[in-house]
Design a protein around this ligand. Structure first.
Ligand SMILES: Nc1ncnc2c1ncn2[C@@H]1O[C@H](COP(=O)(O)OP(=O)(O)OP(=O)(O)O)[C@@H](O)[C@H]1O
Ligand SMILES: [Mg+2]
Length: 249
């Protein structure tokens, strides 16, 4: 086993493993902070660690309670939109390094905008951290990823309960709330884009794991990518109960 995942929160700062893309991410965070976005303050790095500021709010396991209501889902859409728009004016380093293969898009995607990576206060998303998976990408990449988690798409009953839902929420209403918050105008099939983005995320785990990054290498060794891929059909069948096509507005 190579390098392990080590993230520790100490007071108001966070220590994370230093990665090849850390200087690029810190430059991005600096720009986003300058434009007033609630993302971690970049505090530098050494050969082994990077340091960032703690974003205030409930995060990780404490995040889930705040996304139970559609108002919270809408707020996450609005925050993601603000951050996407702010990223467009960043002058990226010519030698920018990303964790995953990246295109030339003007938007910088967060790459992992799931509820536990937002900071929340009083049922509203107030910050976004864990930027390791950021990359130039289409807005749809992040929107689809957020929809996967926030609608949610393809989730078993036990997992719904773990997230605090007493019963299946109104997935269409939640999708509309997120897209309204974001200001999404095009027609979208929520299930199709979410599952396609999930497949992309699995492929990205494989890319990272093959390069020896953790925890991805351990996930490959444990056979998770095949299991996730074979679970896609089940995720689709779990989505039978709602109309996922949201027309253009
Ligand atoms: N900048 C930050 N601001 C606020 N909380 C943070 C920050 N960075 C990390 N945390 C806390 O530490 C936890 C783990 O950090 P992070 O999300 O960056 O790593 P991860 O690889 O997703 O790990 P995990 O799978 O354990 O969530 C988060 O869920 C959150 O509670
Ligand atoms: Mg995280």
């Amino acid at each position: 086993m190579s390098e392990q995942r080590r993230i520790s929160v100490r007071g108001d700062s966070v220590e994370r493993p230093r990665k090849p893309w850390t200087p690029t991410i810190q430059s991005l965070l600096r720009h986003l902070r300058r434009t007033g976005q609630p993302v971690p303050e970049p505090l530098g790095y050494d050969d082994e660690h990077e340091f960032v500021g703690l974003v205030v709010g409930d995060a990780g396991d404490a995040a889930w309670q705040h996304q139970l209501q559609t108002a919270g889902v809408r707020s996450a859409g609005a925050l993601l939109r603000r951050i996407h728009d702010a990223g467009v004016t960043w002058r990226r380093p010519v030698d920018a390094v990303w964790s995953v293969p990246a295109g030339q898009d003007e938007v910088i995607c967060h790459g992992d905008p799931q509820p536990a990576n937002f900071a929340w206060t009083n049922g509203r998303a107030v910050g976004l951290f864990d930027w390791d998976a950021a990359r130039p990408g289409s807005r749809l990449e992040d929107v689809a990823y957020a929809l996967l988690w926030l609608v949610p798409v393809g989730v078993e009953k036990a997992e719904l309960e773990r997230r605090g839902f007493g019963s299946m929420p109104d997935r269409r209403a939640r999708a509309e709330a997120f897209l309204d918050g974001y200001g999404w105008r095009d027609s979208i099939n929520v299930v199709e884009v979410a599952l396609a983005r999930h497949r992309q995320a699995i492929d990205e785990v494989v890319v990272l794991g093959r390069q020896g990054h953790q925890p991805h290498a351990d996930w490959i060794a444990a056979g998770w990518p095949e299991r996730w891929r074979s679970g896609l059909a089940r995720m689709r069948s779990l989505s039978d109960g709602f109309d996922p096509v949201i027309p253009a507005r």
